[in-house]
Write a protein that binds this ligand. Sequence first.
Ligand SMILES: NC(=O)c1ccc[n+]([C@@H]2O[C@H](COP(=O)([O-])OP(=O)(O)OC[C@H]3O[C@@H](n4cnc5c(N)ncnc54)[C@H](OP(=O)(O)O)[C@@H]3O)[C@@H](O)[C@H]2O)c1
Length: 336
Amino acid sequence: MDCCMVTALWSFASVYALLHFLCFIFADADFTLLWSSLFGHRPENKLKGLVVWITGASSGIGEELAYQLAKCGSCLILSARREDELNRVKRGCLERSNLQDVDVLVLPLDLLERSSHEEKTKAAIQFFGHIDVLINNGGRSQRSLCLETSFDVYQALMELNFLGTVSITKQVLPHMTQRGSGSIVTVSSVVGIAGAPLATGYSASKHALQGFFNSLRSELSDFPNILISTVLPGPVQSQIVQNAFTEEVTKPVTAAGNQEHKMPTSRCVRLMLVGIANNVKEMWIANQPFLLFYYTWQYAPTFAWFITNILGRKRVQHFKAGLDADSAYFTKPKTS
Ligand SMILES: NC(=O)c1ccc[n+]([C@@H]2O[C@H](COP(=O)([O-])OP(=O)(O)OC[C@H]3O[C@@H](n4cnc5c(N)ncnc54)[C@H](OP(=O)(O)O)[C@@H]3O)[C@@H](O)[C@H]2O)c1
């Protein structure tokens, strides 16, 4: 190879690396997802006419999923515990789209009542004839220190986030394997791959989901048309903090701060739909500097531990001062 060729290759590699670096500074998702959003299939084309079942559809990410999928022309099954809220979301779907009343089924469901899941799944399949996409989105977070948290909270988190999700998945999966196609998309979290103070039980439940679905994906390698996808959002605007578990199962959250620093729900959901339309198996979705955190955990775990300890201390300090722990990196605790 002559000198000119080497120089040209170095120049090309440098420009390529610089472009990636610049993209990364402004990125709000991993590169596979971002490339799919630029060059891949559009959700409007791929998801039109598909039957999508969303759990946790009564607020936050699930509600926005319903609206954006309705605009794409998907038929919807909306599930959560609060039927009145689901009916409100259904009305919102019909207002925003060309869907008819019969295209959206409100199917109240409690993820904790596992004995009802078979009957609910049958009802969903009977209504539309089949299910193309299951989005396991329903769940609750946690804001409490391990030392002060009752064991019941840990049990409730695993029952809801992990076992409830596994239960619905196990009802829907045989239907998809019989048809030889379908997508099961599960909303995990950044704390499904990293740890976070005040969320020991929540993080454990999301790690459990990661382990379950990563194993299931490889178990289903004989079914190339079944997508098993996990979504790992960072902080996103929703009701998650207000609805989080605390030290006791029945104790509500007292300090839920503003959401300005969090990603808008609409952007998170748009990226999720791009991921589903393009068969992305794992989606990292977060604004900077949170996105950097995923990459650090993946590629430099020792450094990630160092950073996590520094940031974690700040988060715990905020929490102990009675402030919203989520704002810890953006505001200073007041000192008297
Ligand atoms: N927002 C974030 O920053 C963030 C970040 C990472 C991951 N996530 C994940 O995103 C998902 C959606 O959360 P969100 O942020 O949209 O919070 P959210 O606004 O609180 O929505 C949670 C949804 O889950 C439903 N739900 C709670 N308990 C349920 C139960 N026992 N049975 C059935 N449904 C139940 C709620 O409906 P009902 O109360 O009507 O049942 C609600 O529709 C969760 O899995 C969460 O862990 C969120």
